[in-house]
Design a protein. Structure first.
Length: 360
């Protein structure tokens, strides 16, 4: 068996320990004589899986009792519509646009009301997080929306926006569980799990209970109401059972690793190794303003498209996979999520040094 270092932005690297456990249980989950892929979501065995997953997630994030944890399908992109459908009572919301996913969410919200773009970093190709200390928050805004970590552009909010008392909604897909966070500062936190937690096909939404009501926009489908899923314990319809199972194993792995503070320290170490090299390299340069750098997604370029392509090709041959940047920006991007070992980042930097020596 040959494992590569996988720098994919999502679906992304998973802990090897979790994959081995899942492999061992594939044909017979804990004496049930069947795979989790085959079992009824109404079975006692699966109820235990989803209950333990929620309990471990609550423990990791210290989620208060007045927040519901929802395991939903449709990915993070479906939340672009689900959030305004459930929250836009005044038909007004404020959006801070710091990348492609925040922009798509803002565009989707325009279908349901007045979506104000109150700040943006598009003027410099989303290479920074704008100053959000004194924003023109709309008096009648139902919420303020951010994408906390921008996967494509490699930026991260280091300080949450001053929402002036308005509800904060955050897409945390690519930084979910990478560090501790204060859940009470948000009305809704959600993230697609395929980047930093599990396999593709699910989004986890953490929603404050007072936001879960039947008072939604007229015409909202039953499946797009938070209350539908909250009332049914995330099992109104058949959930993504296997994804919940794997996420549950990742939650246990995170706890075993020391929890989110330990993961933050580990992630800071990995990012520092890569950023320190980029800051002194004569061939490669990072594309993000230092104050806005993400710990999870690190984009970089040589400044020459042919050289970038050569690097990606030779890196792949060296067992360093999925380093090509997003099609909208080009260059390279190393996604170094929780499950990426420090050895993977060290191997990447060693290869980059060798490549630089050979091509400068």
């Amino acid at each position: 068996m040959k494992r590569v270092y996988n720098f994919s932005a999502g679906p992304a690297v998973l802990p090897e320990e979790v994959l081995k456990e899942a492999a061992e249980e594939m044909l017979d989950y804990r004496g049930t004589g069947m795979s989790v892929m085959e079992m009824s979501h109404r079975s006692a065995a699966f109820q235990q899986i989803i209950d333990e997953a929620e309990a471990d997630l609550r423990d990791l994030l210290q989620i208060p009792d007045n927040y519901k944890v929802l395991f939903l399908q449709g990915g993070a992109s479906q939340q672009f519509a689900m959030i305004p459908m459930n929250l836009m009572k005044n038909r007004v919301a404020d959006y801070i646009v710091t990348g492609q996913w925040a922009k798509k969410a803002w565009q989707e919200a325009q279908k349901y009301g007045k979506a104000n773009k109150i700040a943006s970093s598009e003027d410099k190709t989303f290479s920074y997080i704008p100053d959000c200390s004194d924003l023109p928050i709309s008096e009648d805004a139902d919420y303020v929306y951010i994408c906390e970590n921008n996967t494509i552009y490699g930026t991260k909010y280091k300080t949450l926006p001053n929402t002036k008392g308005k509800l904060l909604v955050a897409d945390v897909s690519s930084c979910f569980l990478s560090e501790p966070m204060d859940v009470e500062k948000y009305g809704i936190i959600y993230g697609g799990v395929q980047k930093n937690i599990g396999p593709a096909g699910m989004v986890i939404s953490i929603v404050r209970e007072d936001l879960i009501t039947d008072d939604v926009l007229e015409g909202t489908p039953t499946m797009l109401k938070f209350k539908t899923h909250a009332d049914a314990g995330s099992m109104y319809n058949t959930p993504n059972c296997y994804c919940i199972y794997i996420c549950g194993k990742v939650f246990k792995w995170l706890k075993k690793m020391g929890g989110l503070q330990a993961m933050k320290e580990r992630n800071e170490e990995k990012a520092r190794i890569l950023y320190d090299y980029l800051d002194q390299s004569k061939l490669f340069r990072g594309t993000v303003e230092p104050a806005s750098r993400s710990l999870m997604n690190v984009p970089f370029v040589t400044g020459d498209k042919e050289m970038d392509a050569k690097f990606v090709k030779e890196a792949k041959e060296a067992g360093l996979e999925n380093l090509k940047g997003h099609r909208s920006v080009g260059g390279m991007r190393a996604s170094i999520y929780n499950a990426m070992p420090v050895e993977g980042v060290q191997a990447l930097v060693a290869f980059m040094k060798k490549f630089e020596e050979e091509n400068c």
